[in-house]
Design a protein around this ligand. Structure first.
Ligand SMILES: N[C@@H](CCC(=O)N[C@@H](CS)C(=O)NCC(=O)O)C(=O)O
Length: 233
């Protein structure tokens, strides 16, 4: 692809500044990971609101960038060797942006390995488990009478919180300095409130986790990232 106009998604969500990174997202836990990283790094970007409804995420234009029909997705018009690149999957986007900027991805191979480890823990564990718990507690799955799915995700959610709490003992951030792993994990902790499952998971018993989330939410870049793109408008 030679330039941004070669990406069909730009027909439906046109770029005002074709030189800036184009973010296609919605302010969900997965979406705000990327807007927060863009805010933290100071990269120039433009955020397009793509709702979770089929008319957006299953539109031919969105599918042309992400065949997996999920936000977030991104185009960097100044990709490797100056060639535009499109990427989806929030963890892959965070790694790409850390690599591009040299920020929040670790200063050496050991730090990078530790950060990637916790990022993968979020992508494969915390996010999917909390997401399912949300489904079986707040959304359509809450009408299912069989208690086993909910119980399964509560047990696993409690276990994951305890793992995180113990790993945070004596440190502010999960992998040494503030990193993309924190930007991936903390939005999912915040989602527990929205899902109405904080008490169910006994989050208050995990003092390190509670302090960690507060620390994350106090960052100015996070406060902007959490509302980018705006939910309505
Ligand atoms: N593993 C993906 C998950 C992304 C994801 O689940 N996105 C949700 C919103 S948080 C979505 O776009 N849902 C729309 C749909 O499934 O139709 C990532 O981390 O990027």
């Amino acid at each position: 692809m030679a330039d941004l106009s070669d990406f069909p998604i730009t027909k439906r969500w046109p770029a005002s500044n074709p030189n800036a990174i184009q973010l296609y997202s919605f302010p969900t836990p997965n979406g705000v990971k990327v807007s927060t990283m863009l805010e933290e790094t100071g990269l120039e970007y433009e955020a397009h609101r793509v709702t979770l409804s089929d008319v957006d995420v299953r539109s031919p234009e969105f599918l042309s960038l992400n065949p997996n029909n999920k936000i977030p997705a991104l185009i960097d018009p100044n990709g490797p060797d100056g060639v535009p690149v499109g990427i989806w999957e929030s963890g892959a986007i965070l790694l790409y942006l850390a690599d591009k900027t040299g920020q929040f991805g670790g200063a050496n191979a050991t730090e990078r390995a530790r950060i990637t480890q916790w990022l993968m823990w979020q992508m494969g564990g915390l996010g999917p488990m909390f997401g399912q718990l949300g489904y079986f507690s707040k959304f359509a799955g809450s009408e299912i009478e069989d208690p086993r799915p909910r119980e399964r995700y509560i047990t696993e959610g409690k276990r994951l919180l305890a793992v995180l709490d113990s790993a945070l003992e004596g440190q502010d951030w999960i992998a040494g300095g503030y990193s993309i792993a924190d930007m991936a994990i903390a939005p999912w902790l915040r989602a527990l409130d929205y899902y109405g499952v904080k008490e169910m998971l006994g989050i208050a018993d995990n003092k390190n986790v509670v302090a960690y989330l507060d620390r994350f939410l106090a960052r100015p870049a996070v406060q902007t990232g959490l509302v980018t793109p705006p939910r309505e408008g």
